[in-house]
Structures are given as structure tokens and as C-alpha cells.
Design a protein around this ligand. Structure first.
Ligand code: PLP
Length: 419
């Protein structure tokens, strides 16, 4: 997880074998072998996930919970099996604490609307950080407008780490919620979430951790962390789009009203009023993403088989290598260089707009992301409209980094050398 300059590739990690699990990687783009370095946006899916979902649709597809027939019972068992896998993955106490949602964005909106909105009053404060993805900013802005609460923001240091002294100053008796990214998607900064959570809870605040970029690179134990909420999306963890997890502490979820109304989330419905189902179904209105829950379970099994620690060590070594090699590019400036980093390198190249870089690299078969990465305040902090971002996953290799560097050299040449 941490990009130590001396990080070595783990001996036992067979990246060639890992790559064979991802059929999409075996193709050419514009006549060049695909080099996929846009993993922070979404990761590719291993055969195990593709096959689990395919198998589900071929053999077991039915709606869940309401059916008495065999296929419905099978679909229900598979769907709930995905929840059991997610519980184990996060080490939550109970399966009732695992709410299936569409993704991290929906998880945070659920907490904002169901936990925060009914409770917050003018004078209350929500504390976030300058590193947040828009999905951990805008839902809180909306709830501030709805309740009269105020949004406070922990600043960052020039290298893109959180300013911990400012955090201490901003955390106060009015702080009702502290919402923080585990890992920044724009810079790769790994936040010290255990310490932050302990401090915020001691100050009486509820803690939500946006784990969208955390779970692909770091093992998470929500009991050890003692956070109130932890959210992640399956698609950044080798699983399908359309499903994610909101972990919530049971007693907190029990005290929250449902967010959306509809089938499955009710116990009784009369025109005079309705009563709610138990956890976790109270928060899962309507037909859920069943095949996706199966895919998520398969993705978690896959990650377990390879081992998150081994993945993290491989990625840390690769990040060290990437940082070293990228220094060879004239005019390249890193955006963000926090001491604790995971799998993301953001940069600009003098004289070449990041979007042009993205297009030129695509012609060399190299997929990176160019833009504000849904973190406009981070771009403002560094005074750039956008960055180019390469982000790593378990299947990336030093050859991928070499291809990135060669393509960047090509872009520099195209745009007239030293700009
Ligand atoms: N939070 C972070 C840190 C992210 O990187 C992302 C996606 O890039 C999100 C939240 C939103 O995730 P999703 O679009 O899957 O809801």
C-alpha cells in the first residue's frame, strides 16, 4: 500500500498468471497491446466473476425473497451468499449490517438522507476533507441546505496529505458527522483512518469512511476501525457495476428510517400507514441487483484467493517503479506526493493538456484517465484544471509502466520537446 522507494516485488506473486484470469487484457487497441491503467475508475473483471454471473443467469435466475419455487430459493441463497461474503470481507459483526446499494455514491446519499437529514439542525457541523470525491461532498452540501448545518473542510498539505493539526482544530463539539476517504482517488493519498476515526468518535461525531479506493488495496476490519459507516463499490474491486456495500453499525441502522419505499422493505402496508422490514431489507427497496451480488461474492473470493496483502505489495512495488520511471519525462510534474500512497499517480506534463495526453496514449494502447477525477477542489488546490492519472491493479506489470513512459515520451515529442 505504501510506496516505499525500496519496495520490492513479492516473490510469490505470479502476475503473468493473474493476467490470464482477465480475458479483456488480451486484446489490441489501435493495433497495440492494451495497457490498462485506469483502475481507479473501474477495474477489469476476472473470469471467476464473469462465469459466476453467467452461471447465475443460465441456471438460477429468478426474483429473490418472495418466491416459493426452486429457482427463487436458489437465487435468494446466492444473493444472500454475496452478503455473507461481504460481511466476512469487512469483518462486520452481523450480516444485517451489510446493506446492498448501487455503489459508494448511493451509500453516502443513503446516510446523508436517512441518518443526517432527520437529525441535523442549524449550528451542527459536518466535517469532510479537501481530498474527497464529489460523492463524499455533494450529498453533504445537500443535507446542509436541507437542515441548516454547516460543512467544514479539513485542508491538505502541499504534498496532498491531510493537515492533521487543522483536523484537530476543526473537530469540535458541533461536529456531528466526519466523512473521509480511506484513499484519495485523485492523488492516491492513504488517510490514517484508524486514528481519524478514534479521534472523531471520541469527540462525539459519527464517522463515515468512503472506501471506494480503500478496499481494492487495503484489508479493512470495520470492528477494529470502529467506524459507524464504511462504503465501497464492487466495480473497483474486480466485481460488477451496479452494486456496492454500505456497512453500518447495527444500532445506528436500526435507528434510521428507510430511505426509499417499495417492495421488500416493508412488513405491512395499509393505506393508513406501513411498517418496515428488518435490517438489512429496510434499506433495500425493490428488486435488487441479484446477479451483481453473485458477482461481488465471486470478486471477494477471487481477491481472497490471491490475497489482498500480496496485491498491495505488488502494487506498492509497481508504484515505486512508476514514480522512478516517470521522473525520466522532461516537464512531468507529479500532483500529490503524500508519504502514504496507494496505486495512483497523478501528473501533468508541461505544454500538453491532460486530455490530449489521454488521447495520444490511447493511440499507443495505453488507457489512463484525464480530467478532474470528480475532485474539483483538489484540482483547484494545485491550480490545475485537470491531471493525467495512471492507476494500478493486481494485473499490471513493469512492462505496462514502460509502455506508459514510452507513450508519454512520444507525446512530448509530438508537442515540441520541452514545450
Ligand atoms: N469515492 C471515491 C474515492 C471514488 O474514487 C469514487 C469513484 O471513483 C466514488 C466515491 C464513487 O464511486 P461510485 O461511482 O462507484 O459510486
Amino acid at each position: 500500500m505504501t510506496a516505499l522507494p525500496s519496495a520490492a516485488f513479492p516473490d510469490a506473486f505470479d502476475v503473468a498468471r493473474v493476467r490470464r484470469d482477465f480475458p479483456i487484457l488480451d486484446q489490441a487497441i489501435h493495433g497495440r497491446p492494451l495497457v490498462y491503467l485506469d483502475n481507479a475508475a473501474t477495474a477489469q473483471k476476472p473470469r471467476a466473476v464473469l462465469e459466476a454471473m453467467d452461471h447465475y443467469y443460465r441456471e438460477s435466475n429468478a426474483n429473490v425473497h418472495r418466491g416459493v419455487h426452486t429457482l427463487s430459493e436458489r437465487a435468494t441463497a446466492l444473493y444472500e451468499g454475496g452478503r455473507d461474503r461481504a460481511r466476512a470481507f469487512l469483518n462486520a459483526r452481523a450480516r444485517e449490517e451489510i446493506i446492498f446499494v448501487r455503489g459508494t455514491t448511493e451509500a453516502i446519499n443513503l446516510v446523508a438522507q436517512s441518518y443526517a437529514r432527520p437529525r441535523l439542525k442549524p449550528g451542527d457541523e459536518i466535517l469532510i476533507t479537501h481530498l474527497e470525491h464529489h460523492s463524499n461532498t455533494v450529498p453533504w452540501q445537500m443535507v446542509c441546505e436541507q437542515t441548516g448545518a454547516r460543512l467544514k473542510v479539513v485542508p491538505i498539505t502541499p504534498d496532498g496529505a491531510l493537515d492533521l493539526e487543522a483536523f484537530e482544530r476543526l473537530l469540535g463539539p458541533r461536529t456531528r458527522i466526519f466523512a473521509v476517504a480511506h484513499v484519495s482517488n485523485a492523488l492516491g493519498t492513504v488517510n490514517p483512518i484508524a486514528e481519524l476515526t478514534a479521534r472523531a468518535r471520541a469527540a462525539g461525531a459519527m464517522v463515515l469512511i468512503d472506501g471506494a479506493q480503500g478496499v481494492p488495496h487495503c484489508a479493512v476490519d470495520v470492528q477494529a476501525l470502529d467506524c459507524d459507516f464504511y462504503a465501497f463499490s464492487a466495480h473497483k474491486l474486480y466485481g460488477p457495476t451496479g452494486i456496492g456495500v454500505l456497512y453500518g453499525r447495527r444500532e445506528v441502522l436500526e435507528a434510521m428510517p428507510p430511505w426509499q419505499g417499495g417492495g421488500d422493505m416493508i412488513r405491512t402496508v395499509r393505506f393508513e400507514g406501513s411498517t418496515w422490514n428488518d435490517l438489512p431489507y429496510k434499506f433495500e427497496a425493490g428488486t435488487p441487483a441479484i446477479a451483481e451480488a453473485v458477482g461481488l461474492g465471486a470478486a471477494l473470493d477471487y481477491v481472497d484467493r490471491i490475497g489482498l496483502d500480496a496485491i498491495a505489495r505488488h502494487e506498492a512495488a509497481l508504484l515505486s517503479y512508476a514514480l522512478e520511471r516517470l521522473r525520466e519525462i522532461d516537464g512531468l510534474r507529479f500532483i500529490g506526493s503524500a508519504p502514504q500512497r496507494a496505486s495512483v499517480v497523478s501528473f501533468v506534463v508541461e505544454g500538453v493538456h491532460p486530455h490530449d495526453l489521454g488521447t495520444i496514449l490511447d493511440h499507443a494502447g495505453v488507457a489512463i484517465r484525464a480530467g478532474h477525477h470528480c475532485a474539483m477542489p483538489v484540482m483547484d488546490f494545485y491550480g490545475v484544471p485537470a491531471t493525467a492519472r495512471a492507476s494500478l491493479a493486481c494485473y499490471n506489470t513493469t512492462a505496462d509502466i514502460d509502455a506508459l513512459v514510452a507513450a508519454l515520451q512520444g507525446a512530448r515529442d509530438l508537442f515540441g520537446g520541452r514545450g
